[in-house]
Design a protein around this ligand. Structure first.
Ligand code: PHE
Length: 286
């Protein structure tokens, strides 16, 4: 019962990248901060600065405000000190993992308010694109919003929901919700649509693409619609789902999903990139 990235363990036939021999039974490991090279700290800084520079006007305010918690970008942050701050604010912690972990282990950590961050950072030749999530994606993309109380609660609820979905053989459906919110979600603000998904916020190319892409590829968030929708992991998304607020997301996902999974199984899937007729904005007559 393997789902799809980012909650998959490895991709295709390849084993996941990372040193699993050092991991504990719950898949966490030491960050081993002292082992990062100067070149790795410098690469983190280049990634951080490129991304921080394009946040205004593209990222939501909650993210922009929270990103400062990551501290000065000169060095890769120490997970311990990040955890101390996070714990004081929302009760979350950051834990190191060797890389992708099995989905049950992933759900369990989230349900305990422990966010797994990959211990290794990408190579310099992967500056623009890395196949598996690395430290930069996990940290820069995911950690800032864990400082937001409502989003923090959503992430824990997702973890608990994942453990439940495992028993209902529904991980693939639940993974779609993760994909279209936690990784590639957009949020409507008075200033316009902004990004809150980590896959967008850690990508230099997809951040402007997702926010400025032509209408009608921004679809209002609808839980059933999201769960029916397949996704592509190897290209920019063509459709993005837009929430009105984190509170809306939290409330929409609070009910028991068991009957919803049954409902979704009885309906046809929707291909990635498809916009349904009623979702397109009315055409402006010349
Ligand atoms: N309400 C969901 C369930 O019953 C749990 C959940 C909450 C899942 C939030 C995802 C996000 O399974």
């Amino acid at each position: 019962n393997q789902g799809v990235a980012p909650v998959t363990y490895g991709q295709g036939d390849r084993p996941p990248r990372g040193d699993y021999a050092r991991a504990r039974a719950d898949y966490t490991c030491e960050q081993d901060w002292a082992a990062y090279s100067e070149a790795e700290h410098a690469l983190y800084r280049r990634l951080y600065e490129r991304q921080a520079a394009q946040l205004p006007g593209l990222a939501c305010e909650e993210f922009i405000e929270a990103v400062q918690h990551l501290g000065a970008p000169e060095q890769i942050p120490r997970f311990d000190s990040l955890s101390e701050q996070l714990h004081r604010t929302t009760g979350w912690e950051v834990v190191a993992v060797p890389g992708l972990i099995p989905e049950e282990a992933f759900f369990k950590l989230l349900s305990q308010r422990r966010f797994p961050v990959t211990q290794w950072i990408r190579r310099p030749d992967e500056f623009d694109y890395v196949v598996e999530p690395d430290l930069f994606h996990d940290l820069f993309g995911h950690v800032p919003l864990l400082f937001n109380p409502v989003f923090a609660d959503y992430m824990q609820a997702y973890g608990a929901g994942g453990l439940k979905a495992s028993g209902l053989n529904a991980c693939e459906l639940l993974a779609r919700l993760y994909w279209y919110t936690v990784e590639f979600g957009l949020i409507a603000t008075p200033q316009g649509v902004r990004a809150y998904g980590a896959g967008i916020l850690s990508s230099a190319g997809e951040l402007p693409h997702s926010v400025r892409v032509a209408q009608p590829k921004h679809v209002p968030f609808d839980l059933l619609r999201v769960m029916r929708t397949r996704y592509k992991i190897d290209a920019y998304q063509e459709t993005y789902f837009v929430i009105d607020s984190f509170q809306q997301l939290f409330e929409a996902t609070a009910p028991d999903f068991a009957p919803l999974y049954e409902q979704v199984r009885g309906l046809p899937e929707i291909e990635a990139g498809v916009v349904l007729p009623h979702e397109a904005p009315p055409r402006v007559l010349a």
